[in-house]
Design a binder for this molecule. Structure first.
Ligand code: MG
Ligand code: MG
Length: 258
């Protein structure tokens, strides 16, 4: 079901989104070899609650943590545990927070220390693919225009797009309509209308597109064991045009000051 938002509701969502951006920046400060994923998770939960919000993912369909922390060949939904990050890892940190009844949900993939060029490129190009998708997120376009822009951009590098996991609408529910696949055809799917808020989130694999889910019911890995990158932003179609309501500003401030 698609729920269109008022201008005021989008402003409220921006506040939730700001908390997620600042939470991810707190996590970014700690990302280095030797840090335990569980530690990152508890720092994030404390930060979210201290800011008057609630972690969106905790207990969502039984998910046990605040963050999804997905290392290397884990595509998404990694459960933060005792694993300590190692030099050369890439780690996608996905975070959700709800305040004033509205959720925000977005994600950034970090490099831990020195990462092999091939894998750094995968991350940079996945982020670029996200921005290619965002460029198509304008009133009157269709979801397929976003999907196609992402798929076309990453496939030219020989990467593959995960099919089973996709972007989505967001609002009072963490996941709402419409579905926002990272593959598809221009001109297909629902039309983008004023009041629509969507999460665009390419999950891009260095190798094959197939994934497998572990017996824990969450941890999703590439079938070939090769790494996968994941970036997510939230865009709103507003009166004045498209606005990115999520922000990497706080994260990138931390990364640039390293
Ligand atoms: Mg999402
Ligand atoms: Mg997410």
């Amino acid at each position: 079901m698609i729920h269109l938002k008022t201008e005021r509701e989008i402003d409220i969502m921006k506040e939730s989104a700001s908390i997620v951006g600042r939470t991810l920046a707190e996590v970014a400060k700690l990302i280095k070899p030797g840090i335990r994923c569980k530690t990152l998770d508890s720092v994030a939960e404390t930060y979210i609650r201290d800011n008057g919000a609630v972690p969106s993912f905790k207990n969502y369909n039984g998910f046990p943590a605040t963050l999804c922390i997905s290392v290397n060949d884990v595509v998404v939904h990694g459960i933060p545990g005792q694993y300590e990050l190692q030099e050369g890892d890439i780690v996608s940190v996905d975070c959700g927070a709800k305040k004033n009844g509205f959720h925000a949900d977005y994600c950034y993939t970090f490099c831990v220390g020195h990462v092999a060029e091939e894998i750094r490129n995968l991350c940079d190009r996945t982020k670029q693919a996200l921005y290619q998708g965002i460029e198509q997120a304008v009133e009157g376009n269709r979801i397929g225009d976003i999907s196609n822009a992402i798929q076309t951009y990453v496939e030219k590098y020989g990467y593959s797009v995960v099919r089973e996991m996709i972007g989505h609408g967001c609002g009072r529910n963490l996941h709402e309509g419409p579905e926002v696949p990272n593959y598809g055809f221009k001109g297909n799917g629902p039309k983008l209308k004023k009041g629509l808020v969507i999460c665009i989130e390419p999950m891009v694999n260095l190798g094959r597109k197939e994934i497998k889910i572990e017996p824990d019911g969450w941890t999703t890995r590439t079938i070939d064991g090769l790494p996968s990158a994941h970036y997510e932003h939230m865009v709103a179609i507003r009166d004045k045009g498209t606005e990115l309501i999520s922000t990497y500003e706080y994260i990138e401030e931390v990364l640039n000051n390293r």
